[in-house]
Design a protein around this ligand. Structure first.
Ligand code: GLC
Length: 745
């Protein structure tokens, strides 16, 4: 992708900006120590304070007094430069301020929400999106973002699944590392680079009952095997910062949890980045009932390993006193400040704290093109009966209906602080502009917005459908219905949307349902009623042109589900990498409507499933169709008996037997059949996107070191255990040929 170089012309005659002195960390620690040695305790504590901007004069005064290390949510480059001027020229030591913002899936050019980016199974999409976000955000002076969010999310009731990369540790790790690469660029000290922040550390996605901020109860082994791996991956990839999560796990809030912040992050992973609290999570430990007051909260957070406090101010109020009382050592303070100063040096802020920007990078054509590509690849074709899609020349009139057909704000999704709906290209606009010469577009929303219960508009939508050759219904969720604090207890389509789809289906016209949402919804009824279904997790600025080209076949769907789609909310948590249990269903269970009267107590079999929902999800993890068909043959293994230090090569032939070129995501899963503890029925260990022409066969090979099968065992050590394994190469987590192999001592 063309890199936009922004000439960073300092307002002051500072030495020419160069990355060399920090790029390889040469001399970095010396610089940190020299500066630290000159700092008073008050100035050190000042660096540990992140401010939410209030009155400009108050901010200026605090900066001048050296009481601010970072400020979040200032996006005016001139204001940024004014504050840096005060910090650099008027405070005693001239330490620049770290400007930060939540830039989660785009700054101005909005990409699909991270869950949608994960659906591409294409790390390049995530890296490009983050790089573009960094170029646009740094143009306004932002040099630290609070992303990637890599919480493992297996409960769609939790609104923040939208911000995650889904349920799988491997996919989340791959996508998270790609986002870190994109945000941080080739060198952190490049003016377009933005420090990334791995969040929320850790286990936040396991909030009990999918209710945001709720407690979690994750045992250490599950923490290490499921929730920590994506964070370890981004730490090893150089993610500059970490953010503590709001949740208490097994009674310990992350912000006061030295096991994760010191034992795991620092001692085991040797992490030398900076740790910030999530918002006021330090003083929220009082609300948790873990700390007795603000002073106690400051003490517990700093001693647990927090370096910087976001907005709640308890460090500024109490750390000096805590040091004088010997409750917090100055050595602890020094280590926190080292992490902060090291980051500021690495960002090149001491050489070049100012921003002189080229505002034209915002919504640059190249950025919009990448956003469209991301939206195209994020689209998941869930159903396509009778090759309804792509539309052919027989379709001369389409009825475009539904509350998401022309919803420029909601299409951008959650955590979109700086995107502007005026730039959103909606499906309605795109279909008219891009295909208006080929088809007549009749538009009738039918339902005004996703929660609208009124059915009065449905008749007009049905009338439009009757006049059309095909109907495209855009339904789903408004942006506000997912994201932080937006938990749902029922995942059915809201408002009169179900009635709208049923009425449209009753016309007998080919019905394409496109869902735009922040999570998987329980759309089983709509799937049955529709000829075709495409799922787009809020696709961002260019979602309209993307879906238009998908509907008319200029682009072929390739997205795969990054989370399991439940049939019913009651099945949650539901995910593919579940354990087998001692009562795995036989697949012949009697469902509730088929149970005979006065059925005997044990007549239904005693296996693990729901009488009213069965065992299987609506759609499994890794699922997605194409406009063509791929078949898998000849799975071969390079060996069937390996040592723990061995490497296996698994290959499979994939053939496109359809009439169109298409892209498939070949997925590699492995099952450890017997462990010192029970193991998941399968785990994703690799994936690859391949594009095949009609009739083309490609042999796809994966190299799998046995070390990749190591896990935290009964001995609480990460190790490869000998035994029998099964390997799959397939089109999703449910389908594909398999072969067995063994690891022997
Ligand atoms: C919020 C979120 C976190 C975000 C932070 C700053 O409460 O939990 O993800 O980065 O506060 O806005």
């Amino acid at each position: 992708m063309k890199q936009f170089k922004i000439l960073s012309v300092c307002l002051l005659a500072l030495p020419f900006f160069s990355c060399s002195d920090v790029k390889t960390d040469d001399g970095l620690e010396t610089k940190v120590e020299e500066l630290l040695a000159r700092m008073t305790l008050q100035e050190k504590i000042g660096q540990m304070n992140q401010l939410s901007p209030g009155n400009a004069d108050e901010v200026a005064a605090l900066v001048k007094e050296g009481k601010v290390g970072s400020i979040l949510n200032i996006t005016d480059p001139e204001q940024v430069n004014k504050i840096q001027d005060i910090a650099v020229k008027e405070s005693r030591l001239g330490i620049p301020i770290l400007m930060s913002r939540d830039v989660i899936h785009g700054y101005k050019t909005i990409f699909p929400i991270p869950l949608g980016q994960a659906a591409t199974f294409n790390p390049q999409v995530a890296e490009d999106g983050a790089r573009i976000a960094a170029v646009e955000a740094s143009a306004d002076g932002i040099r630290w973002t609070f992303a990637p969010m890599i919480d493992i999310s297996r409960d769609a009731r939790w609104g923040r699944m939208a911000e995650s990369c889904g349920e799988d540790p491997y996919l989340s790790a791959v996508m998270g590392v790609a986002m870190v690469r994109g945000f941080q660029g080739k060198s952190l000290c490049d003016p377009t680079s933005v420090a990334a922040c791995a969040k929320h550390f850790v286990g936040y996605g396991a909030a009990e009952a999918g209710k945001d901020y709720n407690s979690t109860f994750i045992p250490e082994r599950v923490l290490r095997n499921i929730y920590l791996p994506p964070f370890e991956a981004v730490a090893k990839a150089g993610c500059a910062t970490f953010m503590t999560s709001f949740n208490d796990n097994d009674g310990i809030p992350s912000t006061g949890n030295d096991f994760i912040l010191r034992t795991v992050l620092r001692d085991e992973w040797k992490y030398d980045g900076m740790v910030v609290t999530d918002w006021a999570s330090a003083t929220e430990m009082i609300t948790h009932g873990f700390c007795s007051n603000r002073k106690d909260a400051a003490q517990r957070a700093v001693n647990a390993g927090v370096d910087m406090e976001m907005v709640s101010g308890s460090f500024m109020e109490h750390l000096e006193e805590l040091v004088s009382e010997g409750k917090v050592s100055e050595a602890t303070i020094d280590n926190a400040v080292r992490n902060i100063l090291r980051l500021k040096f690495r960002l090149g802020l001491f050489n070049n704290p100012y921003v002189q920007t080229d505002q034209s990078v915002k919504y640059a054509e190249a950025h919009l093109a990448k956003a469209k590509e991301a939206a195209e690849q994020s689209a998941i074709l869930l159903k396509n009966d009778n090759e309804t899609l792509p539309f052919t020349g027989k379709v001369r009139t389409i009825a475009v209906v539904g509350p998401m057909a022309d919803a420029p704000h909601d299409q951008l999704g959650t955590w979109c602080f700086d995107g502007e709906k005026e730039h959103t290209q909606t499906p309605l606009r795109a279909l008219r502009e891009m295909y208006g010469d080929r088809v007549q577009v009749i538009y009738e929303p039918g339902v005004a917005y996703s929660r609208d219960k009124r059915t009065s508009g449905i008749a007009a939508a049905v009338a439009a459908a009757r006049r059309a050759d095909a109907v495209v219904a855009f339904v789903g969720e408004e942006a506000i219905l997912s994201g932080e604090a937006h938990s749902l207890a029922d995942l059915n389509l809201r408002g009169a949307q179900p009635e709208l789809i049923t009425a449209l289906a009753a016309t007998g016209k080919p019905l394409v349902t496109v869902v735009m949402a922040g999570r998987p919804l329980t759309i089983g009824r709509q799937v049955e009623e529709s000829s075709s279904v495409i799922y787009m997790f809020h696709p961002g600025t260019m979602g309209g042109p993307a879906i238009a080209d998908l509907l008319f076949g200029k682009v072929v769907p390739s997205g795969k589900t990054p989370v399991t789609f439940p049939k019913m909310t009651g099945q949650i948590p539901i995910y593919y990498a579940h354990h087998h249990t001692g009562r795995a269903p036989s697949g012949h269970e009697t469902l509730i409507d088929d149970i005979p009267l006065e059925a005997g107590q044990t007549s239904l079999g005693c296996t693990s499933f729901y009488m009213d929902a069965g065992f299987d999800p609506l759609f499994p993890f890794g699922y997605g169709l194409s406009y063509t068909t791929f078949v898998y043959n000849k799975l071969t293994l390079s060996a069937t008996d390996l040592k723990a230090d061995g490497t296996l090569t698994a290959s499979v032939d994939v053939t496109n037997i359809g009439k169109r070129a298409g892209t498939e995501v070949v997925q590699l899963y492995v099952r450890d059949k017997v462990g010192s503890v029970t193991r998941p029925v399968k785990e994703l260990k690799g994936f690859r996107r391949i594009t095949l022409q009609p009739g083309e066969t490609q042999t796809v090979s994966f190299t799998l070191p046995m070390s990749e099968l190591a896990y935290w065992t009964r001995r609480m050590r990460k190790e490869v255990e000998p035994g029998e394994f099964t390997l799959w190469l397939g089109t999703n987590s449910d389908e594909g040929p398999s072969a067995d192999f063994e690891i022997t001592k």
